[in-house]
Design a protein around this ligand. Structure first.
Ligand code: AMP
Ligand code: MG
Length: 315
């Protein structure tokens, strides 16, 4: 028997098929993108509706399974964009009713953490979760997640995407920013670490102002990366020192950035710790992580509709 996982919290609709011991048999997805705007909620919902059946069929074909092989359906119940979540929920609900499969609602953020942990075979890492919406430093204590530090406003990915929109890079912008940063030099930006938390919205305002003054996009890309990655490296190092963690695991879409990984790797080496990330196809949103989180939570969760504001430390 296999477990099917369905992701639909934001830009991506994905279906993953995993075995009970964490083998990934298929992980098919399709992501909404837009040439000149951010995520328009209704468009995202329509995207998910239009690709769902095709993505499911592809994943079943790749895994070599039929509905008979599916033990239950795990789905992303939150946090996320309301219309995207409800669209995803209605799709899994109809699949579950038609094929008589139990639904298990799981937390999208916890799924990012769990897939990284199982992939790297880690014992007890400090997690750095940096995606579009989320930026959090997390540890596990007595079976529960504890958030050591987090953004006070927007997620780092969101900052990158909003900046990308201002300067015409399209959505999502992270990868293009990484490319352009290679040709940039440093201009000073606000460094906004507040205790164990950080803030990114002021940095967005500042880069917008500098862009209007004629500072090059390359320089702004470089400076954004250097400043924001350094802020996170600082807070993560403090979290690791305070909790005595020897492993750092970076998850979420911004984890695809090579410069970010390099900085975190240096910080870990300097303190005798080890840095881990996830392969690019498991770093961003996808269904395999939802399936695996379902395997871990199968006895404690069920059909719970959706919860757009479900926090990691409430799980
Ligand atoms: P997620 O929400 O986990 O799927 O992550 C999506 C976010 O990752 C978006 O904000 C992207 O702009 C960002 N992202 C993707 N690739 C990169 C990259 N190479 N460097 C920085 N950010 C990236
Ligand atoms: Mg995500």
């Amino acid at each position: 028997m296999v477990i099917m996982g369905v992701e639909s919290t934001a830009h991506t609709f994905g279906v993953g098929i995993v075995t009970e011991d964490g083998n990934i048999l298929a992980n098919v997805k399709d992501s909404y993108s837009s040439p000149d705007a951010g995520m328009i909620p209704d468009e995202v919902a329509n995207h998910h509706k239009s690709v769902a059946e095709e993505i499911r069929k592809k994943s079943f074909k790749e895994a070599g399974i039929t509905w008979d092989d599916v033990e239950f359906i795990s789905y992303s119940a939150g946090p996320g964009l309301d219309p995207a979540l409800w669209t995803g929920y209605n799709i899994v609900k109809s699949w579950s009713e038609k094929n008589k499969k139990k639904l298990v609602g799981v937390n999208h953020c916890c799924a990012h953490l769990s897939i990284g942990k199982v992939w790297n075979k880690l014992k007890d890492p400090c997690y750095l979760y940096v995606s579009g919406v989320n930026t959090q430093i997390i540890v596990q204590e007595e079976g529960r997640y504890r958030i050591m530090g987090e953004t006070l406003d927007i997620g780092l990915g969101n900052l990158l995407d909003k900046f990308g929109r201002v300067v015409g890079l399209g959505f999502p912008a992270g990868q293009k920013i990484e490319e352009l940063a290679k040709k940039g030099k440093y201009v000073e930006l606000p460094y906004t670490v507040k205790g164990m938390d950080m803030s990114f919205s002021g940095i967005l305002t500042k880069v917008q102002q500098l862009h209007n003054k004629g500072i090059s996009v390359e320089d702004l890309c470089f400076s954004l990366q250097e400043t924001c990655f350094a802020m996170l490296a600082e807070v993560v190092e403090r979290a690791m020192a305070n909790t005595d963690k020897k492993e750092l695991l970076l998850v979420g879409g911004v984890g695809a950035n090579k410069r970010f990984c390099e900085m975190l790797d240096i910080m870990c080496k300097e303190r005798g710790a080890r840095f881990f990330k996830v392969p690019i196809d498991l770093a961003g949103d996808q269904g395999a992580m939802i399936a695996w989180e379902g395997v871990l939570r199968r006895n404690e969760s069920e059909d719970m509709e959706v919860d757009p504001h479900w926090r990691t430390d409430e799980v």
